[in-house]
Design a protein around this ligand. Structure first.
Ligand SMILES: C[C@@H](N)C(=O)N[C@H](C)C(=O)O
Ligand SMILES: [Zn+2]
Length: 202
């Protein structure tokens, strides 16, 4: 791992780590290239900021559920190849039921050059600190459709309040939200704003 990166579970041991692209439970239906272990790697700067988010939320009774952090460019390239294979729709019902997979990039749900590969972008949700149960955000992680837009009218007031709880906690410590995915945030003062890394997650 290059200098300036850390393992998030060493900085935030109380979080839940469900690294979807290491598993087959993701929109491709297979383990994604470059994920050699179910780990979250993050820039040290972003990890320090995220620890503050986690501490704030723990005081309110929540822990973080982390789905993805640093993402190798080779993983993004895997997503691109997957999108071009129109015959493979095994995860369509679960992840993109109303959309054509080849449109997911132009609709903004997946990026060909992703902030994740710069090491300071994260996909996450919240869980209840006592029970470990996932907080209801109105749509599941990586569900590609309008219901996952932060400001959609398709979710209840309570679900929107849960999204806002996460967004406000992230914004307080310098993370910028993404309007099309309630779970996706980038550290504004990211330390590697122009570098797209491709080292393995291991
Ligand atoms: C694929 C999804 N988890 C995500 O991170 N989407 C954004 C747009 C990205 O690929 O950077
Ligand atoms: Zn993301």
């Amino acid at each position: 791992m290059p200098n300036g990166f850390v393992y998030l579970d060493e900085i935030i041991p109380t979080a839940q780590y469900e690294i979807r692209y290491y598993s087959a439970n993701n929109f491709t239906g297979t383990r994604v290239d470059g994920y050699k272990a179910p780990l979250a790697i993050f820039s040290k700067t972003a990890a320090t900021a995220l620890k503050k988010v986690s501490d704030d939320l723990e005081r309110k009774g929540y822990i973080l559920r982390i789905y993805d952090a640093y993402r190798p460019q080779k993983a993004v390239n895997h997503f691109v190849r997957w999108s071009q294979d129109a015959g493979d729709i095994k995860m369509k019902l679960q992840y993109y039921p109303k959309l054509d997979k080849q449109n997911l990039f132009k609709l903004g749900f997946i990026a060909k050059k992703s902030g994740h590969s710069r090491g300071s972008t994260i996909d996450l949700s919240l869980a209840d600190k006592k029970t470990g149960a996932l907080v209801d955000m109105g749509s599941p992680y990586d569900f590609f459709g309008e219901i996952s837009y932060y400001n959609t009218s398709l979710v209840s007031a309570k679900q929107h309040a849960n999204r806002k709880l996460l967004k406000d906690a992230m914004a307080k410590h310098g993370f910028k939200p993404y309007s099309k995915e309630w779970w996706h945030f980038t550290l504004i003062k990211e330390p590697f704003p122009k570098q797209y890394f491709t080292f393995n997650v291991e």
